[in-house]
Design a protein. Structure first.
Length: 120
């Protein structure tokens, strides 16, 4: 298994652990951590998909000719998407934690069982 296969598998394992945590825990903070694990796992998977073994920056010059570019150049799009997703994920996590603080102030508990009147 190549390094990108190990990284890809690690990302998938993090996603599965996060899904398990979000579906089985009743504490809001644990659910927020589980959702963050899902986001981190998806970032790792996207980076692993864009990885090229012995790849180089996608700059056409003497080191990388136009004919070698499709095989050796690393695609910069997945990395750019992951950087954007990390910033958005940070903002979403901050909002979730702010809501958790407000919910704790209202009910003095972090268990989602105490918020039955919020259900549909």
């Amino acid at each position: 298994m190549s390094i990108s296969g190990v990284v890809f598998a690690t990302g998938l394992i993090l996603i599965l652990i996060g899904m398990w945590g979000a579906l089985t825990h009743r504490n809001i903070l644990r659910i927020i951590v589980a959702l963050s694990l899902i986001g981190t796992g998806s970032h790792i998977v996207i980076v692993a998909i864009g990885y090229v073994r012995a790849g180089t920056a996608p700059i056409i010059d003497r080191a990388l000719t136009m004919s070698d570019a499709p095989a050796r150049a690393v695609d910069p799009i997945p990395s750019a998407l992951v950087v954007t997703a990390i910033v958005i994920g940070l903002a979403v996590t901050a909002v979730m934690l702010a809501y958790a603080i407000r919910l704790y102030d209202a009910k003095k508990t972090l268990s989602i069982d105490a918020f039955t009147e919020s259900k549909w």
